[in-house]
Structure formats: structure tokens, C-alpha cells
Ligand binder design. Structure first.
Ligand code: GDP
Length: 525
């Protein structure tokens, strides 16, 4: 690895995901970050790709030039001496367990919130996964160029709805058409709003935290109001505390407008200062493995099947947790102690061929997989066998009944289900009373991929009958009485045989709790 030591290389890594509700501006801000990283030269490329208006041939050109995968799930760039890895968390109709699992592979998260909407359902769910992991969470409140809710209101909502303390790093001066800039508490300056093509305009604050009276902004009532609010924050709000940020107990809050690229650089600079380098990962036996350990290790958090039947390969996404990856290296798969040579690897959006060949702890690599890997698998080099802690299970929210169309083909149906369920594509349940198979997923796409792969890989045509949304709650086997089950709370068992109810809605769950107050119901996450 040239002259750089492993420790230097690892400490440069900043690996994170952006979490948000659809339309909050995740794609727009990602693109601005890529612009700062020099990965894309023109605004609109990521955006256009998403909407499909970007000519495919152009996109493939970019792909060839930069080695970007079309399904560019990981974006890497260098900025301010750091190597940044952004992992995509699919939203919209692609929302799935993969979205949650991706959060197992990052060291920090950026939460983008629409200033007019505040915290929305998907943000909340993704936030909870981050909170469970205890990773630092940075908040970017977006769309300041439009009229939104009062900043104080938004910050209070973070504390009340998400239960995380918030520290505003800056504070908007006006909004929408009246947006004048941001009062930057952290950098001790005012950043004036400017058009995208204009240079930054920064005014230093004096010891009293004010701009000079000679500045035109000093005269404006909105500025005076911000001064009052900032004093209030100073007296009554949280203190800045880097240790609490690192533990995920305090979220630094930034305001800005991704679309007009205002406040994004300010955010990125502070983010890279406080976002952590790759840390130690916990093993199944509770021990930890340091990222700078010499032996390579990593775990698989996502497997992406190729939907094109002509290319049946899959890509297994590996988070490297320790050491260095070199293309062609030999590793052991902990689950079956199989030895594998990693010759077919890809690093997403790598800029040079050299970086395609190697990667270090903190990076994500994609391995072409012909069926060796499962989600949650550990791979390692060297003599010491290691196994990373199990990935958590996520409670599915939508369910379908599934049967084989052709009753004569039960064998391939069962084989297909067993393998796809094991791979983590969907969750499988079985009804207590009828023995019917029920599949559960976080997002609709998981069912579609399941159906497609059953047909293409196992030659099994399946019929799926939608059951709609359900609330899955596990129950202690010793508390179970089959008579508790009804049409509004279907009793099923999971793959391990644990009983759970699928409640019709929150009302039926409440009704059940009232009727059986002694019964403990638990969600997986
Ligand atoms: P995503 O679904 O979270 O990836 O959101 P997008 O980045 O696709 O943004 C959703 C919509 O909001 C698009 O029409 C964007 O142009 C718009 N948008 C994103 N950021 C801003 C912003 O800062 N200001 C305004 N006015 N619109 C924005």
C-alpha cells in the first residue's frame, strides 16, 4: 500500500449513510457532496439517473470512465484529506430490509429533514436503527430556500419525537424568499445566502457574537430576531459536546438548502471533523476486532441479485472491518470454513484501477457471488477464526400468502423458498391453524424480487395473495394459548418456530393487550 500505513489509510475513512423520508432531498445533497468530491462535474447527473431522463448511453459512458456501477450503492470520493464512502439507503418502492441492513455497515448517519415537513415516518424508522447501533447522527434540515416550519419547532421535534438531544450548529436567518443566510454558531460567523454561482460570503462575528453594525444585514429585524433566538439557545439549550455526538446521544443540527448548494459545504466540513473513523467491530463472542488488525475480516450485509436472467450472478456487499483487502487474496468463510479466492471484486465508484485492487477497513467492496454467500456471513484471512455478531432481524410490515402454482412442483418450490429465506430476501412464517406459508417483508420490492427469482432460479411459479400491512408481535411460547388467535390477530410461527401474532392494525393490538394484560408482546425492532 504505497507509503501509507494501514492505520493512516483506515483513519482517513469516513463511511456513512444518508437517511431520510422520500423527497426530503437525499439525492440532491448526495449529488452536491459528489460535486465537492470531484466525482461528478455537473449537477443533475445523479438526479437525472434517478428520474430516468438521463440518457442511458451517457450514464454507461460515465460508468466506463469512472468504474461506477449502475446500481451505484456505494459512492467513494476524496475530500479534505479524507476518503469518504457514502452508502445508499434505498427508499421509495425500493425500501426493504436491505435499507436497514445497510445501516449495520456504516460508522455514522446523516439525517436529512424537509424543513416544511419535519420528521416523517421513514426517517423515524431509520433513525431507530441508527440509535440502536449507537452511531453518531448528524442532522441536515433542508430546503431553507422555501418557507418551512420555525427552526425552534423543528429542533424541539427532534428531541420530542426522536428522543435525541439536539445542538444547532447554525441557525437560519429567514427562510423562503426572505432567506438571508445562516448564523453559524460553530464557526462563529454569518454565512450570507447567495446564488449558486456566486462566491461564498462570510462575515466574522465579534466577541459579542454579532456582526459589525456596518453590515446591511445588521439593520434587519430578522437578524435581530435571530440574535435573540441564539441567545435563548445559548442559555437554555444543549451544550456542544463532541463525546456525546460520538455516542449518538447528541445530534448536531445544520440548516441549509441542498438544491441551491447553500450550507452544504459548511455541513460537510464539520461532518468530516466529527464523524468517526472506522471503529472496532463486535464479534459473536463479545470480543472486539480492531480495524487496524493485520488480518483481513469483513461481513456481508447485502446481496444484490442481478435481475437480468442472462447474468445470474449476484453481488455480495462486504463491509471490511479489519486489515486490508487485496484482489486475489484467499479468505475463509466462517459459516462452512470454505476457502475462497477473492479474485472477482469490485469497488464502487473507484477512481483509479489501483484502488479497485485494494481496500481497507471502513471500505465496502462488492464480490461477484455464485451462491457462496449469505447475509450476515463473516469472511477472514489468517489463522484466527472469527465470527461477527449476528445482524439484527427487522420486523416485516407487509405480508402475502404464498403457494406453488403447479402442485406437482412442490420440491423446487420448497427448495427455492428455503434458499431465498436463508439468504434474507424475505421472511417466512407458517400459519398455526392452516399450515399455510406466509411471507413478510419491509417493502413490496422484496416480494417482486422473490417471485422473479423463484421463477428464474428455481423454475417455480408462485402465487402470492396479498394480506396487506400487519403488525408482527412475538409472544413467549409459555404464554401462548391458541384460542387467543382470531381473524384480527393471526397466529403464526417464524422460521425458528417462535410464535407471533400478525395484528390487523394498532387497534386490534390494543384490544388484545386489554384482553390479555399479562401477555408480553415484542417487536424485533
Ligand atoms: P430524495 O427522495 O430524498 O432523494 O429527494 P430528492 O433529492 O430527489 O429531492 C426531492 C425534491 O425536492 C426534488 O424535486 C428536489 O429538486 C427538491 N429539493 C431537494 N432539495 C431542495 C432544496 O434545498 N430546496 C428546494 N426548494 N427543493 C429541494
Amino acid at each position: 500500500m504505497k507509503s501509507e500505513s494501514l492505520a493512516e489509510a483506515v483513519n482517513k475513512r469516513r463511511t456513512f449513510a444518508i437517511i431520510s423520508h422520500p423527497d426530503a432531498g437525499k439525492t440532491t445533497i448526495t449529488e452536491q457532496l459528489l460535486l465537492f468530491g470531484g466525482v461528478v462535474r455537473k449537477a443533475g447527473t445523479v438526479k437525472a439517473k434517478k428520474s430516468g431522463s438521463f440518457a442511458k448511453s451517457d450514464w454507461m459512458e460515465i460508468e466506463k470512465k469512472r468504474g461506477i456501477s449502475v446500481t451505484s450503492s456505494v459512492m467513494q470520493f476524496d475530500y479534505a484529506g479524507k476518503r469518504v464512502n457514502i452508502l445508499d439507503t434505498p427508499g421509495h418502492e425500493d425500501f426493504s430490509e436491505d435499507t436497514y441492513r445497510t445501516l449495520m455497515a456504516v460508522d455514522a448517519a446523516v439525517m436529512v429533514i424537509d424543513s416544511a415537513k419535519g420528521i416523517e415516518p421513514q426517517t423515524k424508522k431509520l433513525f431507530q436503527v441508527c440509535k440502536m447501533r449507537g452511531i453518531p447522527i448528524f442532522t441536515f434540515i433542508n430546503k431553507l430556500d422555501r418557507d418551512g416550519r420555525e427552526p425552534l419547532d423543528l429542533v424541539t421535534e427532534l428531541e420530542e419525537v426522536l428522543g435525541i438531544a439536539a445542538y444547532p450548529m447554525n441557525w437560519p436567518i429567514g427562510m423562503g424568499k426572505g432567506l438571508k443566510g445562516i448564523y453559524d454558531l460553530f464557526n462563529h460567523r454569518v454565512e450570507l445566502y447567495r446564488r449558486e454561482d456566486q462566491a461564498e460570503s462570510l462575515i466574522a462575528l465579534n466577541d459579542q457574537g454579532e456582526i459589525s453594525d456596518a453590515e446591511p444585514l445588521a439593520e434587519e429585524s430578522i437578524y435581530q430576531q435571530v440574535l435573540d433566538e441564539v441567545r435563548l439557545l445559548h442559555d437554555a439549550g444543549n451544550q456542544f459536546d463532541a463525546a456525546k455526538i460520538a455516542q449518538g446521544k447528541l445530534t448536531p443540527v445544520f440548516f441549509g438548502s441542498a438544491l441551491t448548494n447553500f450550507g452544504v459545504k459548511t455541513f460537510l466540513d464539520a461532518f468530516l471533523q466529527f464523524a468517526p473513523a472506522p471503529a472496532a467491530h463486535t464479534l459473536a463472542d463479545g470480543q472486539k476486532i480492531e480495524p487496524v488488525a493485520t488480518d483481513f475480516s469483513g461481513f456481508i450485509f447485502k446481496i444484490q441479485a442481478n435481475m437480468n436472467p442472462n447474468h445470474r450472478d449476484r453481488i455480495a456487499f462486504v463491509r471490511i472491518c479489519s486489515g486490508e483487502f487485496k484482489r486475489g487474496m484467499d479468505v475463509t468463510l466462517t459459516r462452512n470454513l470454505k476457502k475462497l479466492r477473492l479474485s472477482n471484486s469490485t469497488q464502487f465508484m473507484a477512481e483509479t484501477r489501483e484502488t479497485l485492487e485494494t481496500a481497507v477497513a471502513g471500505d465496502i467492496i462488492g464480490l461477484y457471488d455464485t451462491g457462496n454467500f449469505q447475509i450476515g456471513d463473516t469472511i477472514f484471512s489468517g489463522k484466527n477464526k472469527i465470527q461477527f455478531a449476528k445482524l439484527p432481524q427487522f420486523t416485516p410490515e407487509i405480508f402475502v400468502k404464498v403457494t406453488a402454482k403447479n402442485v406437482m412442483k412442490q420440491k423446487s418450490f420448497h427448495k427455492g423458498i428455503a434458499q431465498l429465506v436463508q439468504e434474507g430476501a424475505v421472511q417466512l412464517y407458517q400459519s398455526y391453524s392452516t399450515g399455510e406459508y406466509i411471507l413478510g417483508a419491509v417493502g413490496q420490492l422484496q416480494f417482486e424480487v422473490f417471485q422473479f427469482r423463484m421463477l428464474n432460479e428455481y423454475h417455480s411459479e408462485v402465487i402470492m395473495t396479498p394480506m396487506g400491512k400487519k403488525i408482527a408481535r412475538w409472544i413467549e411460547p409459555e404464554q401462548l394459548d391458541e384460542k387467543m388467535s382470531s381473524s384480527r390477530n393471526l397466529l403464526v410461527k417464524d422460521r425458528q418456530g417462535n410464535p407471533l401474532f400478525l395484528f390487523e392494525n394498532a387497534f386490534s393490538e390494543r384490544w388484545f393487550k386489554d384482553k390479555y394484560p399479562q401477555v408480553k408482546l415484542t417487536a424485533k425492532l
